[in-house]
Design a protein around this ligand. Structure first.
Ligand SMILES: Cc1ncc(COP(=O)(O)O)c(C=O)c1O
Length: 393
């Protein structure tokens, strides 16, 4: 075998995640590895938890990163909160709601599914009606920011309805955290999980989670032990819980946690509300450029996520050719459609460090260039002017 050091190409990441990772975060990864029970490391863990609480806008004591990707954050919520026989209402408006249902079933729960169209927010009225029809439901689960479609749901309202029907809530905030408003305490979210690689702009592989007291009570009152040893919060907390008596649970991904610490520090330096505003401003600039290229955004305006933009592929344009040309000629990655949107949309991410004016100009300019070559005539110069005007507004 002739192997050599892997040198990845330098790309601009404007797909559904991972997002571009800031050089400060990459530099943090390369710092010396120390023991995961070293006092210097555990002091960093405490700071990291504080930074995470600020990002989630919560005072929840149980706020920590699970040592695995967003899917493990999802699984942490379901395996700890769902017991065999529990009825869980799952709102599905894209790929990730479907995975929540799968998690409920594997935890032995009964899933009552509410479906909404792809590209639309979860409908609060349907949730209210479903909970009225199922007074024995214990939990409501939904995705705040559906990465597969670019639709954002009204978490505050959905949680309020769930609580009125005496249900706990599990919210997927993988793509939401850091990119659009998320108020864990104010909105009363009971359990929430996220991912490191989206609007936090950290490397992939960590899943911040936060549980409030109500959710923890349900975990503590379980009749049966959590089926997953690794994700059982009662055990994980022996390590992440803090205090002097930290015990070995698993070897924490030490350097990855330096990176998460650095990315959360950058978020707190910017200010979380300023980060939400930046994502919104840049989304509006991208939208202006895409519309000037005669491209349509299928998600209704009020339900659009700023950090993930679905764009309809014009008739007669080959999806894969466009993405391949952007990648090969401009080192620019945009995302393909998933599930019901496969072949129908591109997904353009403006997440975290990727949400920058120069990326928008590159993407609109690149799409204009390639689409014109393929016969979709549009004035790329005018589109770039629209982007610049929107950024200056
Ligand atoms: C909304 C949502 N939930 C869950 C996940 C799963 O996260 P991961 O791929 O890090 O396991 C993703 C990843 O794209 C996501 O977008």
């Amino acid at each position: 075998m002739t192997a050599s050091s892997f040198q990845p190409p330098v790309r601009t990441l404007m797909g559904p995640g991972p997002a571009d990772v800031h050089p400060r975060v990459l530099a943090a990864l390369g710092r010396p590895t120390i023991g995961h029970l070293d006092p210097a490391f555990t002091a960093m863990m405490d700071e990291l938890k504080e930074l995470l609480r600020a990002a989630f806008r919560t005072n929840n004591a149980l706020t920590m990163p699970v040592s695995a990707p967003g899917s493990a954050g999802m699984e942490t919520c379901f395996v700890n909160l769902v017991e065999p026989g529990d009825k869980v209402v799952v709102c599905i408006n894209g790929v990730f709601g479907g995975r929540m249902r799968e998690n409920v079933l594997r935890a032995g729960g009964e899933a009552v599914v509410i479906e909404d169209d792809w590209g639309r927010a979860v409908d609060p009225n349907k949730l209210d009606e479903t909970l009225t029809a199922h007074p024995d439901a214990r939990i409501v689960a939904f995705v705040q920011a559906e990465t597969s479609t670019g639709a954002g749901s009204d978490t505050r309202t959905l949680v309020e309805i769930a609580h009125r029907h005496d249900c706990l809530t599990i919210v997927d905030a993988v793509t939401a955290l850091g990119g659009s408003a998320l108020e864990v305490d104010d909105w009363g979210i009971d359990a929430v999980y996220a991912g490191s690689q989206k609007c936090l702009s950290c490397t992939p592989g960590l899943a911040p989670v936060s549980f409030n007291e109500r959710a923890l009570e349900k975990v503590k009152a379980r009749r049966m032990p959590v089926q997953s040893w690794f994700l059982d919060l009662n055990l994980v907390l022996g390590y992440w819980g803090g205090g002097q008596k930290r015990t070995y649970h698993h070897t924490a991904p030490v350097n990855a946690l330096y990176a998460l610490h650095e990315s959360l520090l950058m978020l707190s330096e910017e200010g979380i509300e300023q980060a939400w505003a930046r994502h919104r401003r840049n989304h509006l600039a991208l939208r202006a450029g895409l519309e000037a290229l005669d491209l349509e955004l299928p998600v209704p305006e009020a339900e659009r996520l700023p950090q993930l933009n679905a764009v309809s592929i014009p008739a007669g344009i080959d999806d894969a050719t466009v993405r391949a040309r952007l990648l090969n000629e401009l080192n620019l990655e945009i995302g393909a459609g998933l599930g019901a949107f496969a072949g129908k949309v591109w997904r353009i991410g403006l997440m975290g460090w990727s949400s920058r004016p120069e990326n928008i100009l590159l993407c609109v300019g690149g799409l204009g260039m390639v689409l014109n070559d393929m016969g979709h005539r549009a004035d790329t110069g005018a589109a770039l002017d629209r982007v610049r005007a929107a950024l200056a507004a």
